[in-house]
Design a protein around this ligand. Structure first.
Ligand SMILES: [Zn+2]
Length: 271
């Protein structure tokens, strides 16, 4: 009896954990399919400018996607941040601007990202390099300051910078990091997320030419020079420009504007 008792206890514990996991999953699925409340819709529409660009069908899809995102991901407050429901809703609202294409509600929603870590403001990450030897003096071993980061399974964001984006700042850290997440869904090419076949040739041509142009430009008028370091960063930067400064992007980069309008399936007004 003493031999099999621990095994029985372990089995009961495993069964209990499995039951709890299934219950959490079921609860999340129920929440994901519930409609947004009227005040929640009003909050999204008043704080996120791109809501005004949507057709009624797109807006309905957006609400659905926001619920899937909000209740389908794990949220963690970091660095003493107090994360509330309004913040989760607005971050979900910004991220889901990138997944409003026809039929997107039937597809996995940022499947590479399982959790979001939210800091109150810019956060520090350790330097990439390590001292080679004990006692070796390093010229630059200060931690890097970031406002957002995307890594395996997670996106890290500074809430202060999300608020700046909502207020119209050209930098939109949520759009930038989730553009990286889309990019990762196609491991075959950097700066080339999964897309309809009809768009692929034009994507390669326009993005390639505009990337080379940004690399040559000393003081680009719209696009952040940060995008010139890799095709992946370029995709993040042009996506930010599309959502934050559509009229200027249209004026200076009409081909890029047109390509992104078709890729995101959401046409920004440029008048
Ligand atoms: Zn980036």
């Amino acid at each position: 009896m003493t031999v099999w008792l621990p095994s029985l206890l372990a089995l009961l514990l495993a069964a209990g954990l499995l039951w709890q996991w299934r219950r959490t999953r079921q609860r999340r699925q129920v929440l994901q399919s519930e409609p947004l409340s009227e005040p929640e819709r009003t909050l999204l529409e008043t704080r996120i400018a791109a809501a005004a660009w949507m057709s009624p069908a797109q807006r309905a899809r957006w609400y659905q996607q926001v619920q899937r995102f909000r209740h389908g991901k794990r949220w963690l407050a970091c660095g003493g941040h107090v994360l509330d429901e309004e913040q989760r809703l607005l971050i979900a609202g910004l991220a889901c601007l990138l997944r409003l294409q026809d039929g997107a509600e039937q597809q996995p929603l940022f499947p590479e990202i399982r959790e979001l870590l939210i800091y109150p403001e810019a956060f520090l990450v350790p330097p990439l390099h390590e001292p080679l030897e004990e006692g070796l003096e390093l010229v630059d071993d200060a931690p890097d300051e970031r406002i957002g980061e995307q890594g395996p399974g997670q996106v890290v964001l500074s809430w202060a910078d999300v608020e700046a984006a909502l207020a119209g700042d050209p930098v939109n850290v949520v759009v930038h990091e989730f553009a990286h997440a889309l990019d990762e869904e196609n491991p075959a090419g950097e700066g080339a997320p999964p897309m309809p076949r009809a768009l692929a040739a034009e994507w390669a041509e326009v993005m390639g030419a505009e990337y080379a142009r940004l690399q040559r430009h000393r003081r680009p008028p719209v696009l952040d020079k940060y995008g010139a370091q890799s095709p992946g960063e370029f995709f993040g930067v042009v996506s930010e420009a599309y959502f934050q400064q559509p009229a200027a992007l249209h004026r200076h980069h009409p081909a890029l504007f047109s390509l992104l309008a078709r890729y995101y399936g959401l046409v920004a007004p440029v008048a």
